[in-house]
Design a protein around this ligand. Sequence first.
Ligand code: NAD
Length: 480
Amino acid sequence: MQIDELDWIVVSMSKGNAERVRLPRIRSITPFPHCYGIKYQHVQLIHNSPSQNKDVEQTMEVRYMEPGNPYQMAVKQVQSVGRLLGLNEDTIEGLCKPRRELTVNFPVRMDDGRIRTFTGFRVQHNDARGPYKGGIRYHPKVNVDEVRALSMWMTWKCAVMGVPYGGAKGGVICNPKEMSKGELERMTRRFTSEIMLIIGPQKDIPAPDVYTDSQTMAWIMDTYSMSVGYPVPGVVTGKPLEIGGSKGRDEATSRGLMYVVQDAARLKKINLKKSTVAVQGFGNVGWHAARLLAEEAGCKIIALSDSSGGIFSKRGLDPYKVYEHKKKTGSVRNFKGSENITQEELLESDCTVLVPAALENVIGQDNAERITADIIAEGANGPTTPEADRIFYEKGTMVIPDILANAGGVTVSYFEWVQDLQFFFWSIEEIKQRLKDLMTRSFASVNGISNAQNVDLRTAAYLLALKAVLRASEARGLFP
Ligand code: NAD
């Protein structure tokens, strides 16, 4: 770990007397904290004391970023923009801490008769601008810090898009690939009943995320409806059309991403019809992004990947054929006419547009330098670390941040919710046009701030979002 990965340190001078010391005043630290997962460590540290006006040696408690911890990354992003806005530390802390966190441990009967206990989370970050909104993720690596980060990003995303929601997220630690449909259904229904207390169409509205889909949403909607005694389509979005889903929701995240890639290309004077694209992740977001960028934007898709690895073809890959191949074989690997590549090779491939659409934290300071794409459109949440952001800004790479690039999903979720509450459904043309208008408007606002303040697009998006959330909090005042 390098010294510049440290965030700030707490100096314990005497009992009950602590001071935060920021990095520039630190001269040296021995030993360097190096254990992943430990947030505090006592170290011998030499720093410049302003009160004594000299370097002093002390034993101190050091707090540092755990490499790869998305919540600390999300906090760091808010801290740096908060300071740019001149916010005080209390306000920044208030923006970073989720309002409510629910952890549930619940039993599920497995097909072999065993009863396994699963752990799930629902984190509600901020509801100043409206009811909580955010997906539910099923993954073996789900943890509360990840869910916290994802809930924060939802708050900022809704604010950037101007949709009247706050941010939330949920997850269950499980491996859906090793579970039968029956087991997944029982787990989903029991998890829903465990978090029933805090979700609802006026309170908190879940949606699909990694390894959850419209079927998962249908089970949640049914479980909730059975409990209250009548159908409540507005409790979740991303449902099947038959029970109140919206046209265009499946592809919404990727369609929104395509619209902002088109806006970005126009700005950078890039002809997308002569451009190449690499997409990491071939799930809901990655597949539709590859398809739409090829079909509607005219790009050539040269690299694709899923959790098993990647494929590359200089001549171009047909997303439909790769989709069929994945359906048959379970992975994109060994696709005819392509060569197998690693995730690293995909990210570093010679392409115009890179779309990370899998998980967070895949682009950091170790690989950012080698990534040569002109535009990075973040389909996934949190794929780029703040250190990598700095490198891209210096290189002139345009990073369209997650809270803008993948906001098409929550935008059409909002359309779905509005349709559900009114029991009145819109045409696909209407949905596409409204989505395009909102994505284009938000891209223009963020780009305008970026130009005016001379900051990258992520900082600009955060400036817009933080201000919107603060304005809402101020208008509502402090209860009681
Ligand atoms: P998904 O479950 O449909 O697909 C995930 C894909 O990522 C799969 O192809 C999987 O094989 C691949 N993957 C998993 N681990 C990987 C790894 N280590 N390396 C490479 N690929 C890997 O999920 P999704 O809904 O497409 O979500 C993908 C990302 O987009 C997530 O970060 C999610 O939070 C974000 N997102 C999704 C939506 C949405 O509407 N679904 C909206 C906004 C943001």
